[in-house]
Design a protein around this ligand. Structure first.
Ligand SMILES: [Mn+2]
Length: 447
């Protein structure tokens, strides 16, 4: 880990420690491997809250933060520590099978964290007696309950000692405090989201040359994924939606296995991740390179909502206001086109809200506006959000003329709230009708 990274994660631990106070202790667990079937696991992915405080990707880890200090033994010596990272034991055999482990001795040099210990020592710190000198225990409780493997024993120890802790210590889920921090992105994080967005933009430029009738949704899915990596991304930000025709009306369509048919639209909601930070974009393209009159009409309504919302984003504006603005533009557009009798019915066709925060998680773990008394609705400098209006007409919607049915359109960009306005991180991703048609006509290589 380089100096800049070390100093970012240290700043996160310091801020978190300040927020919880000296009479609190925090234990933030990293993720464990997840079983897919029999002896096969999913590819490991670190818990984002843990990653936010450490930048450490190894499984079976946990971070202890004690702003007021905690006693830490080294042989016969005892010292006071404010940070301890618990990591997997070095194990030559396991490392041969599954990859190198950092080892507790290398925690300070490697990650800039004050102290390292083997995770088996966690038991001591989950002991009721040790915890009894603190008033509050912050723990990523909901995430902890999902841990498996070697961490399970450690957690059951925790539950065993709950009786002894319970009388005086308040146990608080740490996700709220971490969420308030994650609400505002630092320049270090914005660069990462921006890099993810850039890889997505370049990959979409490539896929435009390839989309044509006869290829399959999965061709589009995996060619995009290839290009994310090719252009510097590390992973996909989420399971992609590559949905042709009516499939686009299933909001979280995941099969991605149908052939593309001329005359249909193809909705692509897929994006790159860069070093654990997500971009999140959606574009809708005509399979054969030309929008029909009806498709174009709906597309222009959605595009107008997308652009007007982005224009209105600046610090102090409420996200809920932007959402209402989007609904209003969509409703007005459909009303004018004669497709909506009562504007109040717009939800039937717009289905979802206008956007969400992005960051380490695609739907970033920012507290909802309903949680607590803090205001997470008013946009602030350093927020990064998506703007993704959409309109969806299934084949069953008999009140809509047939030529409009079997169509889903969504246009999604990633927006950074700046000091006096906003910056569209996906500004350079194609979205005008003429530009899409022109790009699909020229430079088209096919598969
Ligand atoms: Mn999204």
């Amino acid at each position: 880990m380089n100096k800049e990274e070390k100093s970012f994660y240290l700043s996160r631990r310091k801020e978190f420690s300040k927020l919880i106070g000296k009479d609190s202790i925090a234990l933030i667990f990293g993720n464990t491997h997840r079983n897919k079937s029999y002896d096969g696991d999913y590819k490991f992915k670190q818990y984002k809250n843990f990653y936010y405080l450490t930048g450490f990707e190894e499984a079976n880890s946990a971070l202890l933060l004690a702003p007021g200090g905690v006693r830490l033994k080294t042989g016969s010596k005892v010292k006071t520590a404010t940070e301890v990272l618990f990591v997997q034991k070095k194990d030559t055999l396991m490392e041969t099978w599954n990859g190198k482990r950092l080892g507790f001795e290398n925690v300070t040099d490697g990650l800039g964290i004050q102290n390292g210990r083997e995770n088996t020592e966690l038991n001591y710190y989950l002991n009721g007696k040790m915890l009894s000198s603190f008033r509050r225990l912050y723990i990523n409780f909901a995430e902890m309950l999902k841990l498996s493997g070697e961490m399970e024993n450690i957690i059951s120890m925790f539950f065993d000692s709950m009786n002894r802790i319970a009388p005086h210590i308040e146990i608080i889920d740490a996700s709220y405090v971490l969420g308030t921090m994650r609400f505002i992105k630092t320049p270090f994080e914005i660069i990462k989201i921006s890099n993810a967005a850039d890889a997505s933009i370049k990959a979409y430029n490539e896929i435009l040359k390839i989309i044509q009738p006869g290829i399959n949704e999965f061709n589009v899915q995996f060619i995009l994924e290839f290009y994310y990596r090719y252009y510097g991304g590390n992973d996909i930000a989420y399971h992609p939606i590559v949905a042709a025709g009516e499939n686009a009306c299933i909001l979280h369509y995941e099969n991605n296995d149908q052939h593309l048919v001329p005359g249909d639209l193809l909705l692509i909601d897929s994006a790159s991740e860069f070093k654990y930070y997500c971009s999140d974009v959606t574009r809708t393209f005509p399979v054969d390179g030309v929008f029909t009159t009806e498709q174009k009409l709906i597309y222009e309504i959605v595009l107008k909502a997308n652009k007007e919302c982005i224009k209105n984003i600046r610090p102090g504006v409420k996200f809920s206001y932007i959402n209402n603005l989007s609904q209003k533009i969509l409703a007005d557009g459909l009303y004018k086109a004669g497709l909506l009798k009562d504007k109040k019915d717009i939800k039937k066709y717009s289905l979802h809200g206008v956007g969400h925060h992005i960051g380490l998680d695609t739907h970033d773990a920012v507290p909802s506006s309903a949680a607590g008394s803090a205001d997470f609705d008013t946009l602030r400098e350093g927020n990064v959000i998506t703007i993704e209006p959409g309109l969806y007409f299934t084949k069953d919607m008999k009140e809509i003329p047939e030529k409009f049915r079997g169509t889903g359109i969504r246009i999604e960009d990633d927006i950074l709230v700046t000091g006096n306005g906003c910056l569209n991180l996906t500004e350079n991703m194609i979205k005008e009708v003429d530009e899409i048609e022109e790009a699909m006509r020229e430079n088209h290589t096919g598969l």
